[in-house]
Ligand binder design. Sequence first.
Ligand code: NAD
Length: 468
Amino acid sequence: MSDLYLRFVNTPVGKTAAQSLGLPAPVPLKRWKRSDQPFVEGNVLVGAADGAKAIANLGQTLSASPAKLFHASDIATLTDSAKAGNKAKPLSLGGEIEERFSALVFDATGMKDTTDLRAVYDFFHPTIRKLAAQGRVLVIGQEPSSCRSPAKAAAHQALEGFVRSVAKEIGKKGATANLLWLAPSAEKALDSSVRFFLSSRSAYVSGQVARIGKTADAPATSPAAPLTGKVALVTGASRGIGASIAETLARDGATVIGLDIPPAMDELQKVTDAIGGKALSCDITSDTAPAEIADFIQKHFDGVDLVIHNAGITRDKTLGNMPEHFWDMTIAVNLTAEEHIDEELMKRELLKENGRIVCISSISGIAGNFGQTNYSTAKSGVIGYVEAMAKQVKNGVTINAVAPGFIETQMTAAMPITIREAGRRMNSLSQGGLPVDVAETIAWYCHPASNGVNGNVVRVCGQSLIGK
Ligand code: NAD
């Protein structure tokens, strides 16, 4: 459903009206357009705290873009590799800065204690006003649980509060701020995440923390089609977010098996025909579903690389009014079916080496929601499942979740207008997300170079005011 208010406030009359009435004036977000599009363009400023560990890898990734790189010369500790090896031009943060930046990137991995947090202020204070509309702030710190000294852990944990607050301040420009927490010696695993968080693929992801672990070297991939040769299973693919996931993974080179319930077959067939995929009619809650899915994969392919558990339902009622079948169905579709399907695929060794499992939670699963005890229970359970499975998966397999906020789909179009409007505006970007925003986040998880991204729950919610 189209957001008429967003369109109106971006007309000259609408802008003036919103300003004089003190109403939110959301900036339309830029989305990814072409596969050969650079992940970042314009001016990018890089800074670092003393002892930065990721700066050379950051420099390498950024140098692969056409962006004009600057480094903060006032931060004396910025390593030589970033200054020299990566063609970055020095920029004094002391005087008036003329440039506008499409991204401000800060490597805080070297922080040893909380006094080092001053470097964060020194970098962002003179530059944050120079961030362009739809710009990106990206901070890289060390995973606090891996820090031996409490003072160091405190400094790196502190980055979360910093980034979440910056995200709230810059959201009105359509800009985002996110934090990457690196495990020790995981710098080499940064590339796909830096590319995602600096690009328009992450347009609706803000105020988030992603954890990146140490990994083996990722295989080389084609930048325009990194999923070439991969087979993906997408449940609930006939419409909404699922259809967008199928299209996005196919755009990135994957062959997609779209799955949906029998009544949705006509719609599903249209989606899979358009992307050269295969359609599978199946109710994932039936006892035979895991075996049917595994048989289908075995018949047509030698296994599956990407398993995206997208199918979901809501059956809202306050708890006292909720019939038991509302409870049972919601838990079965949103949670239990995923476990059973994964179990069968793993038992038959159909999930391939370096495979990816992605589950869909929801901000309702993080914050709870009135009238959704069943749905929130299921979506919270998804988080528990992902976090526990992440410790068990082997052979380079990762499992992660996305937690969408308000996404413009048939599900949200059916909401009463007051709830719909509140859902759209109650986030730092003051607008709803699109199915493709969820799909792009999943494509980042699925990227072969995201092998260090495991056990994460990243919200795709424009930094919704609801929940953490
Ligand atoms: P949707 O209702 O448009 O699509 C869900 C799909 O799942 C449908 O095609 C449906 O037929 C399929 N499905 C339902 N039960 C099934 C079953 N038993 N077997 C197989 N397929 C089944 O919903 P959507 O908005 O696209 O949501 C997709 C996912 O994102 C869901 O898991 C949902 O809970 C989650 N989510 C959505 C939002 C949002 O704002 N739209 C927010 C948070 C989370």
